[in-house]
Ligand binder design. Structure first.
Ligand SMILES: *Cc1c(COP(=O)(O)O)cnc(C)c1O
Length: 364
């Protein structure tokens, strides 16, 4: 009988996360539009802060990331003691799962929700429960209907990736109101910085007024710091206390801390990013629509494009064609969306090339 080490149940049920492609063999100039990175790059001030830390790589980082939590607290008007920083929101989502899920528990995520949620749920020995969406949008009633006595976490990306849709604050509050008080509602607001809707709230208000809600944010998107891995969460004191007990003592590296503080201070750069995104998101949505394809209305920095199943016009064929033009999009079949591609808003050059190439692909 084989007696080699066995991972805990659930681990081998995980389909490992496949990141967006980053190359197009044989194409001279490529535009990576597959991971929702910012086309404007990080603030030059963040790059400079990163470089300076490079002179002191022998030093451990500040374990509690106190200066960064202070800076985040000041920026958003939050108590730094209720902030936890992590190596990307991935780190925080994993800490939350490890702290609040055990064997046999359930965690709910929405149909086209971020794949990291079911992965972390399985890794913690728990069962991911999928709540169907309506019109590529979170359906609060379906989540409420999926709650059982075993439910411990509800993961909600708002806006969601890869759909780009969001639910208004009223709906988030309705969801929260219907959850048992022992269920943790995790609001993943990775794209909050891009949303320009009066009925949207990222989660700060709910966290501040309840004991079972946390909000996760990232420096990977609008701040353009995906490479250094930096995220943060705001939560109730008791959740922050639990997460601080299990997080790696130096889970955020020194270059990330320095770059993050500098990025937060550069509000001009953030505003430029927001304006660039608003302009080109609208452009892409309209122009792709004119080519006869359906685009799910997005409030993020990316859009979901739906292709017909007609031979020669499918998402798979479009992906290959666009790749040959240097445009690297994200196939989303793993999300149950085999007929769609997700495109991040790119530079002006990338966005215009996309429309031109798509027209060529469709024979228009
Ligand atoms: C990009 C993204 C994040 C950010 O992840 P990091 O680990 O911070 O880079 C979180 N949630 C969603 C839904 C995302 O799309």
């Amino acid at each position: 009988m084989s007696s080699r080490p066995q991972p805990r149940p659930g681990v081998l049920a995980i389909s490992a996360y496949v990141p967006g492609k980053n190359s197009a063999p044989g194409v001279a100039k490529i535009f990576k539009l597959s991971s929702n990175e910012t086309p404007l790059g990080p603030s030059p001030k963040a790059i400079e802060a990163y470089r300076q830390i490079g002179e002191h790589l022998e030093d451990y980082p500040d374990g509690p990331a106190s200066d960064l939590r202070e800076a985040i607290g000041k920026t958003f008007g939050l108590d730094p003691a209720r902030i936890v920083c992590g190596a990307g929101s991935d780190d925080l989502l994993s800490l939350i799962s490890r702290a609040y899920l055990a064997d046999g528990d359930e965690a709910i995520y929405s149909q086209y929700g971020f794949l990291v949620y079911p992965i972390n749920t399985l890794a913690a020995g728990a069962k991911p429960v999928m709540a169907p969406e309506k019109n590529f949008t979170t359906d609060v009633d379906a989540i409420i209907a999926a709650v059982t006595p075993k439910t411990k976490i509800v993961f909600l990306a708002n806006p969601n990736n890869p759909t780009g849709t969001y639910i208004p604050f009223d709906e988030v509050k309705r969801l929260h109101g219907a959850l048992p008080s022992n269920v943790l509602l995790v609001l993943d607001a990775a794209y909050a910085d891009y949303v320009k809707r009066n009925d949207y709230e990222c989660g700060i208000e709910l966290v501040a007024t309840s004991e079972n809600v946390v909000m996760c944010r990232t420096f990977s998107k609008i701040h353009g710091l995906a490479a250094v891995r930096l995220g943060w969460l705001y939560g109730p004191e008791h959740v922050v206390d639990a997460l601080n007990r299990i997080r790696g003592p130096f889970n955020v590296n020194a270059p990330a801390i320095a770059a993050g503080i500098a990025a937060l201070a550069d509000t001009d750069h953030q505003e430029r990013s927001r304006q660039h995104n608003a302009r080109w998101l609208a452009f892409l949505t309209e122009e792709i629509g004119k080519l006869g394809l359906t685009v799910t209305p997005s409030v993020g920095n990316f859009l979901l494009i739906h292709f017909p199943e007609t031979a020669g016009k499918t998402a798979k064929e479009a992906d290959a064609f666009l790749t040959s033009r240097g445009l690297i999009l994200r196939a989303v079949a793993a999300y149950g969306l085999p007929n769609a591609l997700r495109m991040s808003v790119g530079t002006e050059e990338a966005n215009r090339l996309m429309i031109k190439s798509l027209a060529e692909f469709l024979g228009k």
